[in-house]
Design a protein around this ligand. Structure first.
Ligand code: FES
Length: 357
């Protein structure tokens, strides 16, 4: 009996297989759903009542005009609430009223556009069937003919003086923009040097940020991490101070010496009894890398989540950064103060410098 059951079951499987699966075709699932099509079209109130349609059209128009008022308000706010030197109140009022004007103008345009589309514009569903986009052979042949004619009539291939001159002119055309970019850096300084070097020099003491108080190695406890700046930075004029700090900010970390893995003895000599100093400027696009996870020794950049392993020469372990954070070589002087052995040995900041990596 069991033998018979098995045979009949095999037979039914074979029947199903042969009836539902054919070589070279897709398998059609028995529970395939039916295309529900469009839901039943419902007329809007503005379709049914001409008065409501008129009202909706009026609202859209009024919103657009209200937007104009918002823009004009922003311009007047710019004129009547100017920013005055040293007055934070004037900055607040200026940004507040200009912002309100622009916000109102954009909001009104947005609401008007949505309301126009939803309530006033014609409301019907249409079906646009796909069709091949390739032209017929005749159309394609004609297109080639047109190109040849245009080439012949313009003399593009024949008149090499004009053609080469035009290509040259178009290539040279953006060059003034590059020259203008040069103006972003001070004219009396080499922009390359500005990018490559920081305020750190051999012998510069590491000082606390923002007090500028020099730091002794004995002040740095195991497990601590804090921002330091070069000695003298706090005495710079405000503008120079910000520029210098943007490149020279360093994160000082102390871990147990045995927790580090060094690639060479020289690299190990850049640290002092477990104290290391790494650039705080992320090598992705330059945000300050400020979140230190004491247990894992990982440094996290909050901008795009790059993570650096402090225990392993700050190698990138996650995220878009392309290279480790540059390390500032440090030592301790006779009085116990931490000092830089030199500037960073590679440029700090975004990985523009190492594009090949
Ligand atoms: S700037 Fe740090 S991850 Fe992007």
């Amino acid at each position: 009996m069991a033998k018979n059951d098995k045979a009949s079951s095999n037979k039914s499987v074979a029947t199903v297989a042969s009836s539902s699966v054919q070589l070279g075709t897709a398998v059609e699932a028995p529970d395939r759903f039916v295309n529900p099509g469009f839901p039943e079209h419902r007329l809007r109130v503005t379709d049914l009542d001409p008065k409501k349609m008129k009202r909706a059209a009026r609202i859209v128009g009024v919103l657009f005009y209200a937007s104009i008022l918002g823009s004009v308000f922003a311009v007047f706010a710019y004129m009547f609430f100017p920013i005055e030197d040293g007055s934070t109140t004037s900055v607040r009022l200026n940004t507040l009223f200009i912002g309100l004007g622009i916000t109102f103008a954009l909001l009104a345009i947005g609401i008007a556009a949505v309301h126009w589309g939803k309530a006033v514009m014609a409301d019907h569903e249409g079906v646009d069937h796909r069709h091949p986009v390739r032209g017929t052979d005749a159309t394609r042949a004609r297109a080639v003919e047109i190109f040849k004619e245009a080439n012949e009539e313009s003399g593009f291939s024949r008149r090499t003086l004009i053609r080469n001159g035009m290509i040259g002119a178009l290539i040279a055309f953006p060059l003034p923009a590059i020259a203008l970019f040069r103006g972003l850096a001070p004219m009396n300084e080499d922009p390359n040097n500005l990018m490559k070097f920081t305020m750190w020099k051999a012998g510069t003491r590491l000082t606390a940020d923002p007090t500028g108080v020099p730091i002794k190695a004995s002040d740095v406890t195991i497990g601590s991490a804090f921002q330091v700046i070069p000695e003298g930075l706090v005495d710079l004029p405000e503008k120079e101070k910000l520029d210098a700090k943007a490149k020279a900010a360093v994160l000082l970390v102390r871990m147990k010496p045995e927790d580090y893995t060094w690639s060479s003895a020289e690299r190990e000599s850049w640290s002092y009894q477990g104290i290391v100093a790494y650039s705080k400027i992320c090598t992705h696009v330059g945000c300050p890398v400020a979140l230190y996870e004491q247990q894992t020794h990982h440094l996290l950049c909050p901008c795009h989540q790059s993570q650096f392993d402090i225990a392993n020469e700050s190698q990138v372990i996650f995220g878009p950064a392309a290279r480790p954070l540059p390390q500032l070589p440090i030592y301790v002087d006779d009085e116990g103060y931490l000092r830089a052995q030199s500037d960073f040995t590679e440029p700090v900041g975004p990985s523009f410098w190492e594009r090949s990596k």
